[in-house]
Design a protein. Structure first.
Length: 465
């Protein structure tokens, strides 16, 4: 499927470039409007900025605005530079406020000031209001394009109002009921209105149960609420309960993708990238990766220190060194598994900070069971190899017991470490995703060696040690 989509985009790009080269403007216009706006936007990302400007000058106004909104921020910025002032003004005035805000907040201050001057007085007021909210807040991503009604209206009056005023609204899936002052009272799904009798008062359709975002909420809060309540749009209120905007699902999809990308990068032991990989400069990419690599390297140096502390044991029983990779990798893997599960559960709102005790009990049991499974496999492996080769000498049974018991301890400790680190980081207001798999693995490497040689000292004392 992906190959077919890629091939179709390549074909569209080729046709666009051929028509421009032939200066076949009529054919170019017809070809463009035959495409879906989102498909045309995808194809235009790979066309030069100059050719993009040529194409947009030919597109019908509404079609061009829809296509422009589907472009990424960089493409929109480059395209604005190639268009005339009147076309730029038309695009900005007709864009949905939330998409326009997303574009403006990525531009330098002087450029934003020039572009805002091109807006109509009404749109300028909207743009300045949205840009006045803190970065990453719900206020920045909301739109004021929604329908409000009053509880004393009938369903018939409501439908007439929607028919007159709903054409340019961002979403009609949900209609918002406000009092005479503008405070949100309820939200009603459009299907509830469409299936009610025309003379039914809106108050009879209401259930007085709604979910609203606060204008100062972090945008990640919006993603969590959308996921939990499965809404197409959510109202946004100020601190006093007045309805000031709505956030739609398409905006939240972008937040989820951005958040997931950052978490995945941090789980891999990399500072989150501010831009896409291919648009991040070499030196920025190097800096983002080097910091964690240095931290992890210093952490791994503690492993060498721990091994040096037990060098007498290793010199007396060299066979113990054979199992070091097995021990530390098992602990690191179990810790990485658990850390990934807990970080994701926290991100989805499935686990709260207050749940740490429940998680600890659950993962303690999991660690003991998983450790017992791996311990049994390790024990069996030593027994079988000794039976056929005698590789581990006369004290092979004690070595097998050492490996088995150590694996139980190391895997259990790795599981507990991976589970608790996200809670600890969250307690100190840090992002839980920074308890990345490499970070957990490094911690467990050091402690795993201590557990291993402590168990060996207890079991092998008087024989090998």
């Amino acid at each position: 499927m992906e190959q077919n989509e890629s091939f179709n985009l390549d074909q569209i790009q080729t046709v666009l470039e051929d028509l421009i080269r032939q200066r076949h403007w009529t054919g170019l216009k017809h070809f463009c409007i035959e495409q879906e706006p989102i498909v045309l936007a995808d194809a235009l990302r790979h066309v030069s900025a100059y050719d993009q400007a040529l194409i947009f000058r030919l597109l019908p106004r509404d079609f061009g605005i829809t296509t422009f909104e589907y472009l990424d921020i960089d493409s929109q910025t480059h395209l604005l530079k190639g268009l005339g002032q009147s076309q730029v003004a038309s695009l900005l005035n007709e864009m949905s406020p939330d998409d326009r805000t997303a574009l403006l907040e990525e531009l330098p201050g002087p450029v934003v000031k020039q572009l805002i001057e091109l807006l109509s007085p009404t749109e300028r007021e909207v743009a300045q209001t949205l840009l006045g909210y803190p970065e990453n807040s719900v206020g920045r991503m909301m739109t004021p394009d929604y329908i409000t009604i009053h509880p004393q209206w009938t369903v018939g009056e409501t439908l007439n109002y929607i028919r007159i005023h709903g054409k340019d609204k961002e979403s009609l899936d949900v209609i918002y009921v406000v009092d005479e002052l503008g405070k949100l009272i309820d939200d009603i799904r459009i299907n509830q209105i469409l299936t009610a009798e025309l003379n039914t008062p809106i108050q009879k359709v209401m259930n007085d149960a709604f979910v609203a975002l606060k204008v100062m909420d972090d945008k990640e809060v919006a993603a969590t609420v959308f996921r939990r309540f499965d809404r197409a749009a959510l109202p946004v209120c100020d601190s006093e309960g007045f309805l000031v905007g709505i956030v739609t699902a398409d905006d939240v999809i972008d937040i989820v993708a951005e958040t997931d990308t950052r978490d995945i990068q941090q789980l891999g032991g990399v500072d989150a990238l501010d831009d896409p990989y291919m648009k991040t400069s070499f030196w920025v990419l190097l800096r983002k990766r080097a910091r964690w690599l240095i931290i992890l390297f210093v952490g791994e140096m503690l492993t060498a220190t721990a091994m040096g502390f037990f060098q007498d044991e290793i010199s007396k029983a060299v066979v113990l060194a054979l199992f070091i990779p097995l021990i530390i990798s098992s602990g690191g893997n179990s810790g990485s598994q658990t850390s990934t599960l807990i970080v994701r559960a926290i991100a989805l709102g499935e686990v709260r900070s207050s749940d740490w005790g429940k998680v600890l009990k659950r993962e303690l049991l999991s660690g003991l069971v998983l450790g017992s499974i791996l311990g049994a496999i390790g024990f069996t492996r030593v027994v079988i190899v000794s039976g056929f080769t005698g590789l581990y000498g006369a004290h092979w049974l004690l070595i097998a017991m050492t490996i088995g018991i150590t694996l139980i301890g190391v895997v259990t400790w790795g599981t507990i470490s991976g589970a608790m680190l996200p809670f600890i980081l969250r307690k100190f207001k840090a992002d839980p995703a920074t308890s990345s798999a490499p970070f957990v693995a490094t911690i467990v490497d050091v402690t795993g060696l201590i557990i291993y040689f402590s168990v060996a000292a207890l079991i092998l004392r008087g024989t090998l040690l």
